[in-house]
Design a protein around this ligand. Structure first.
Ligand code: UDP
Ligand code: MG
Length: 330
């Protein structure tokens, strides 16, 4: 009934019908793409987005498993399916940005293809943004069911650390699953940094966001693309991109060490004057030298992390390179 209404409206005046663009990053997802597409189509055709039209923008992030072929087949079958294919794997953040650049809907939704971002939340998100007037609706999982213990612990610790260190607030459990209006999408595009950390960018740009809670869902098929090491560098990216407090920490450690050294110096000089200078204290000296060496290397390490990010930023390399794009979008 509702989809008939949508068709009628389109026929009368196509310009007044608003559209939502689904931006879907895919990296080696041949098992999940069709499952995602079928799930979305069956739901959207029920008219859950009322009078909104929709399109899909799939971003093939340099897959090597034939994901692009599956996306191309969908594009041939359905005019609403568009795709962009990268020249290599540039990462999910780059894929989301490319999707936003190519999504011309009045609303944009960023979501994963593995159905962990459940399409069932779309109607709540739609209501929040289109009816209630929020700028953005974001999904937040309230548990980590099905995720390994170490992984959950590390993720939780990361959120604690980043919220302590940075001025922005990043909600633990926040996903990159967002339903946003045009203003929010444009604001994200306007943040032109090379080292992109979407969760931070979403928080940094502000806007009125409604959080929609849900229980964690496991992948529909295939495996996660995030190794612990990849997650660790992602976490470092987030901390370095949104906080300079580690640099201050390096100075603080330096000042404390200088003060301790100064106090020890006075103590040793006085002791030598009062008690003479037996050649004792060699082991403690070694400890101090090693400790100071360690502290200096730590501080240099912190500096180099920021320097390397600045180095990449100043090169102004493109964030992604497109190898192929569907003709409808070209
Ligand atoms: N993804 C991507 N490029 C990458 C890694 C992942 O486009 O380099 C996509 C992936 O295809 C999926 C989404 O990002 O649609 C989330 O990835 P994944 O499910 O592996 O992450 P998790 O849900 O475990 O955090
Ligand atoms: Mg996933």
């Amino acid at each position: 009934m509702q989809s008939n209404l949508a068709e009628l409206l389109t026929m009368k005046n196509p310009d007044t019908v608003e559209k939502v663009s689904f931006v879907i990053p895919c990296y080696n997802e041949k098992e999940t793409i069709s499952i995602y597409y079928e799930a979305m189509e069956s739901l959207l055709k029920k008219g859950i987005l009322e009078k909104l039209q929709w399109e899909y923008v799939f971003i093939d992030d340099g897959s090597t498993d034939g994901s692009l072929k599956i996306i191309k087949e969908l594009a041939e079958r359905n005019n609403k399916v568009h795709f962009i294919s990268f020249s290599r794997n540039f990462g999910k953040e780059a894929a989301i940005l490319a999707g936003l650049h190519n999504a011309d809907g009045d609303y944009v939704v960023t979501m994963d293809v593995d159905l962990q971002d459940s399409p069932n939340l779309l109607s709540d998100m739609y209501r929040a943004v289109v009816v209630e007037g929020y700028d953005c609706a974001a999904a937040m999982r309230i548990n980590r069911k099905g995720e390994g213990r170490i992984r959950s612990f590390l993720s939780e610790s990361f959120y604690k650390v980043i919220n302590k260190l940075s001025d922005i607030e990043i909600v633990s459990g926040a996903r990159d699953y967002r339903f946003m209006n045009r203003n929010v999408a444009d604001a994200i595009i306007s943040v032109g940094e090379y080292n992109r950390f979407s969760k931070g960018i979403f928080s940094w740009i502000g806007f009125k966001t409604k959080w929609i809670e849900y229980e964690n869902v496991e992948r529909s098929a295939g495996n996660t693309k995030w190794s612990i090491w990849k997650l660790f560098s992602y976490a470092m990216e987030g901390i370095v991109a949104f906080s300079t407090k580690l640099l201050n920490l390096a100075s603080a450690i330096g000042i404390i060490c200088c003060m301790l050294a100064f106090i020890s110096l006075i103590f040793i000089v006085i002791r030598a004057l009062v008690y003479g200078d037996p050649v004792a204290g060699w082991p403690s000296m070694m400890c101090v030298i090693i400790l100071m060496g360690g502290v200096q290397l730590l501080c240099v390490g912190i500096l180099s992390t920021y320097l390397s990010k600045t180095y990449l930023e100043t090169k102004k390399r493109p964030i992604y390179i497109i190898r192929e794009k569907d003709e409808k979008k070209a």
